[in-house]
Design a protein around this ligand. Structure first.
Ligand code: ADP
Length: 495
């Protein structure tokens, strides 16, 4: 069964052929001309050469090159037959006339064939262009900014879903533009009015039946003729690409959520400890409070202090559960202005028991001042937790006294970064390049998605993440994010 693209290509080539009605009319005209020649040469005394010329011009449109040459030779033969019949070279004047007619016919055919070749080439090019536009879902248009005139290809009309015969206008374009994107399109028109060198607009169309299409448009001046400034533009329907991107994003968000919940599972013991500790403190403070109140003379001051300890411990437990909840919740990424050190400190609260469990006392070196960044807090916490858990696991085989972990934040001209460096087994050189590849793991129960997701999170923050290692000496993982305010003298007071 022919697929849609073959169907499209066939219809493109069908367009090259002449229409049947046109064929019929040309055939009829040919017949009339042939009759004219016959009558002219047999019964009436008028010149037949113009009829031959008409016949040849018609054959140029209808026949192949060989066919046209055949018609030319036949016409020349017919002329020669009439010429010989009427006395041939015996009459000087008719001989000149005969030779002149022959050369006229030959010259006309040469010129006509030449223009036929050019016209055929042009027609082919147009067919290829419109076919390519259809296949690539890209239309083209011309826009004369000064006269406000627009012209577009059939494909552009199809993208906007207007009949190709309707001449486009700015109001037709605006009528199809998604109301939220109208300002973008108007800004594009304004840029054209200012004769800007390149105009790019990405916007949506809202079709009458409620469908939304995503378009990407780019235009550049074609020529500048006196006061006429004309743009040539390409218009691409990127709806399918946008939908695929959205589906991919959604899949990435879901995958990130799954791995986040997996890391939370690895932290379960630490989290339980973080909650149990304040609960135990609540119990003991409650008992102490009761004791202070049950005395013959209740000590209200001490009882009050016990109640305050209960409230503080309960707040601590609540904070932990809130933190865990926000990490386990499935939410869409949300970028806000955050303090980088705050995010690190909050993450450290979640992993501190895990570190203790692995016998690791981390060396924490954070920048002395707050560094504001635009980030999704939960996503960054996920990255940091992943790097710390990996570092802890890498040091499992190392002597307890040698388990050292450095967690250091740094800032340079345009970036703020975090380094998590361990003194674990290190990473062999051939493994270093595979670390961020999906499903790469050297652990028996590893999933191999942690670092890959870290990279996609950092990429989506316009940052970078990398690893370095000396085998047997440990590894260092770092990521850097763009600063909201460029770093320089007086930075701390500026923020
Ligand atoms: P997983 O932890 O499930 O294996 P990751 O993507 O987090 O997935 O890590 C991929 C691999 O990178 C690990 O299996 C391990 O071989 C290596 N790796 C990551 N961090 C370290 C580290 N700090 N030291 C040594 N190897 C590491």
């Amino acid at each position: 069964m022919p697929n849609s693209s073959t169907k499209r290509t066939t219809s493109v080539f069908r367009a090259i052929r002449l229409q049947p009605l046109e064929n019929l009319l040309s055939g009829l005209m040919g017949l009339i001309v042939a009759c004219g020649i016959f009558l002219g040469s047999t019964y009436l005394d008028y010149a037949t050469t113009p009829f031959y010329i008409a016949l040849l011009l018609m054959s140029v449109n209808l026949l192949s090159i060989n066919g046209v040459i055949a018609v030319l030779l036949l016409s020349m033969l017919a002329l020669a037959a009439v010429f010989l019949n009427q006395g041939g070279f015996g009459h000087w004047e008719s001989a000149v006339q005969f030779l002149r007619d022959l050369s006229l016919l030959a010259a006309i055919v040469v010129l006509a064939l030449r223009s036929k070749r050019i016209a055929d080439n042009l027609r082919h090019k147009e067919v290829y262009m419109s076919g390519a536009q259809r296949l690539s879902q890209t239309g083209c248009f011309g826009f004369c900014a000064d006269l406000g005139k627009i012209g577009w290809s059939e494909q552009s009309a199809q993208i906007f879903e207007y009949p190709p015969s309707t001449p486009p206008t700015a109001s037709m374009i605006l009528a199809r533009t998604h109301p939220e994107d109208v300002p973008e399109v108007l800004a594009g028109f304004e840029k054209a009015a200012r004769h800007e060198a390149i105009i790019e607009v990405s916007h949506r169309l809202l079709m009458p039946d409620g469908r939304v299409k995503h378009l990407r448009m780019i235009a550049t001046p074609l020529f500048n003729w006196g006061r006429r400034f004309e743009y040539l533009g390409a218009l691409m329907d990127v709806t399918a690409i946008k939908q695929a991107e959205a589906a991919l994003n959604q899949a990435q968000v879901q995958l990130a959520h799954v791995t986040r919940v997996t890391s939370l599972g690895e932290l379960a013991a630490s989290i339980a400890h973080e909650v149990n500790q304040p609960l135990a403190a609540i119990t003991s403070s409650g008992e102490a409070g009761l004791n202070w109140l049950s005395r013959p003379v209740p000590d209200l001051f001490e009882a009050r202090k016990a109640f305050e300890r209960i409230i503080a411990s309960s707040n601590r437990a609540t904070e932990t559960t809130l933190r865990v909840r926000s990490l386990s919740r499935k939410t869409d990424p949300l970028r806000r202005n955050e303090s980088f050190n705050d995010i690190i400190n909050e993450t450290l609260l979640l992993v501190r028991h895990e570190l203790a469990h692995h016998g690791i006392r981390p060396q924490i070196e954070l920048t002395a001042f707050e560094v504001p960044i635009s980030a999704d807090r939960v996503q960054l916490q996920q990255v940091i937790i992943n790097l710390i858990i990996n570092a802890c696991q890498a040091m499992d085989d190392v002597n307890a006294s040698d388990r050292k972990l450095l967690i250091r934040s740094w800032v340079n001209d345009h970036e703020v970064g975090l380094e998590v460096a361990d003194k674990g087994r290190g990473i062999p050189v051939h493994v270093l390049s595979k670390l961020f590849t999906p499903f790469f793991t050297t652990k028996e129960t590893g999933l191999g998605m942690g670092l890959c997701i870290c990279r996609s999170i950092i990429d989506s923050h316009q940052g970078r993440i990398w690893a370095s290692s000396e085998e047997g000496q440990g590894s260092s993982f770092q990521f850097a994010l763009p600063l909201l305010i460029p770093y320089g003298p007086g930075y701390a007071s500026a923020i």
